[in-house]
Design a protein around this ligand. Structure first.
Ligand SMILES: Cc1cc2nc3c(=O)[nH]c(=O)nc-3n(C[C@H](O)[C@H](O)[C@H](O)COP(=O)(O)O)c2cc1C
Length: 206
């Protein structure tokens, strides 16, 4: 597959993963049908059983990769319990994959407040109304909950629920994969010993 027109052609010479990730995300924003920031999030429960689901990446920089959720959800509880997670992006239009894993920290209240305030009103109400990952007796119960919170916050600001915030995965490794002919793909993994340490780079067999 040709890289013509993409911001990042030969990625194997890059020495730092965050700028490369940014370039690939930018490429995906131009080429994906929808949700270029959609990412599979893997967690593990107290018994060591893995779990995976999609979330939307809402920020990234040299500190790590941020998404938002209900901390009382299954993923929220698993992350709070184990303090670790992994992500896997797959951009079909680009035939590229990025996977990363590491420890997880909670974003600051200021950061979560700022993102929450940027969400549409319905989403802010939804964060209150949905007891995410817990049994729901019927769609009507959810609609009733939405109506109740809509009435409660009809006037003034909708505050951010205390159980709703962001997690930041601080990667200890990030792997970039790009499709090449005959399944002889390019794979480059960046690794570091500590969350602020220097990155080393390893090329892997596909
Ligand atoms: C494309 C896509 C993006 C999603 N983004 C989020 C998200 O950013 N945060 C979230 O809590 N759930 C998101 N979801 C829903 C989750 O996949 C999941 O169903 C929900 O969070 C409950 O997961 P849990 O029971 O493992 O906690 C998204 C689903 C899809 C398909």
């Amino acid at each position: 597959m040709s890289d013509i027109g993409l911001t990042s052609g030969d990625f194997t010479e890059e020495s730092e993963p965050f700028a490369l990730f940014g370039a690939w995300l930018q490429d995906a924003q131009a080429s994906e049908l929808n949700d270029p920031n959609a990412v599979a999030l893997a967690t593990v429960d107290a018994d060591g059983l893995p779990n995976v689901r999609m979330v939307l990446l809402k920020g990234f920089d040299s500190r790590g990769f941020v998404f938002y959720t209900n901390f009382e959800s299954q993923k929220g509880q698993e992350i709070l319990g184990q303090n670790k997670a992994a992500m896997c992006f797959h951009w079909k239009s680009l035939r590229r994959q990025v996977r990363l894993r590491g420890a997880v920290e909670i974003v600051s209240d200021a950061e979560a407040d700022e993102y929450y305030a940027s969400r549409p009103l319905g989403s802010r109400i939804g964060a209150w109304a949905s007891k995410q990952s817990r049994p729901l007796e019927g769609r009507f119960a959810l609609e009733k909950s939405v109506a109740e919170y809509t009435a409660r916050y009809a006037l003034g600001n909708v505050p951010r629920p205390p159980h709703w915030s962001g997690f930041r995965i601080v990667p200890q490794s990030i792997e970039f994969w790009h499709d090449r002919k005959f399944r002889l793909h390019d794979r480059i993994e960046f690794r570091r010993e500590t969350s602020t340490g220097a990155w080393s780079k390893v090329r892997m067999y596909p």
